[in-house]
Design a protein around this ligand. Sequence first.
Ligand code: SF4
Ligand code: SF4
Ligand SMILES: [Zn+2]
Length: 258
Amino acid sequence: MGSLVKSNISICRGCGCKLDVLQRVRGLCGDPECDRKDVPYQESKRREWLLATIRQQIPNTWNSTLPIALLPRNERLLAPLPETRYETHRSYLLKIVKEARTCYENGGEMLAEPSAPVNGISSIDAKLPVLSTACGLCRGECCYTGGNSAWLRPATIQRQQWFRLGVSDKRIVDFYLSYLPVTSFEESCVYQGEYGCTLPRTLRANICNQFLCKELGNLVSVLSENEGTSCIAAAINNNSVECMATVDALGVLEFAIP
Ligand code: SF4
Ligand code: SF4
Ligand SMILES: [Zn+2]
């Protein structure tokens, strides 16, 4: 990406102390506290650099003055789900199903499922088709957090209300396992297959159904601020633009891979 932070300033951006010639390159004195305070500055520089880079890559036929919303991008490799991860998930499912049953048998108290951040997106805007479009451009970067548990909790199992119909623990575990993809993204959620999550929405954790990342929050803000128009959504991995699209509230209008 080249240097984002070259500077000729002679005082530290963090503490204001005088800098020697080498320190002036970064504009920081080297104190870890100054480095820590500098993160937002670095982030805004990176953002400026990315926006300028994207502007250079916009196809000639597009309206290059449209605002740009940055999206993350999953670029992990697809591979057969390893046996060890399958087994880890199976053991995990057995554990949470057992916990959910114990709770049910001890009086049926409903467990609470954790909720997820929505980054300022209203419940009405959360239904905008462009959000799933954006998640498609991103290819599910947030799903790496699912790991071998897929965020499933005893409360997720209890919500299904299968115990009262006499469904056995093994049947529930096998039912979940039947949705595991043969090929999934490495170092991501066990259910993240090539075309997205392979678990039906009703079987997923509440967190998975609710979560909206801060980039989606920004996309909604950009579209709201430019009412009646569209914006460019650019999916970025490791400072490289993997794909971009002009989008409006209903989804993709034009698509390009730079
Ligand atoms: S919520 Fe954000 S990180 Fe997750 S898939 Fe959608 S755009 Fe990507
Ligand atoms: S269960 Fe689905 S939505 Fe949830 S983290 Fe895994 S792949 Fe993503
Ligand atoms: Zn300093």
